[in-house]
Ligand binder design. Structure first.
Ligand code: ZN
Length: 92
């Protein structure tokens, strides 16, 4: 171990950390794209109105898939952060 110069070890750890963070981010983005549509989500959890299936909260937030104004909306729970479903906003 002492034969590896410190800067090399530092860079190795830095790139390793960056790679890990990038992979975690990509996994989260892939999970968003795989979320069920609103109707399928309501049917799967036998809900009449959108609510969190994990904690039961009805306060949900939606955000654009790629940007804030994206028509594809990703809905998550404001209480526990669980990703719930996606829907496509009508173009206004
Ligand atoms: Zn929740």
């Amino acid at each position: 171990m002492s034969s590896i110069p410190f800067p090399i070890l530092f860079l190795f750890l830095l790139f390793g950390t960056m790679w890990f963070l990038l992979r975690a981010h990509q996994r989260k983005e892939a999970a968003k794209r795989k979320l069920p549509q609103r109707e399928a989500y309501l049917a799967a959890h036998a809900l009449a109105a959108p609510a969190c299936h994990a904690c039961g909260a009805t306060e949900l937030k939606d955000e654009g898939l790629n940007s804030g104004a994206d028509a594809r909306r990703i809905v998550s729970c404001t209480k526990c952060g669980q990703l719930l479903f996606q829907f496509t906003q009508d173009a206004a």
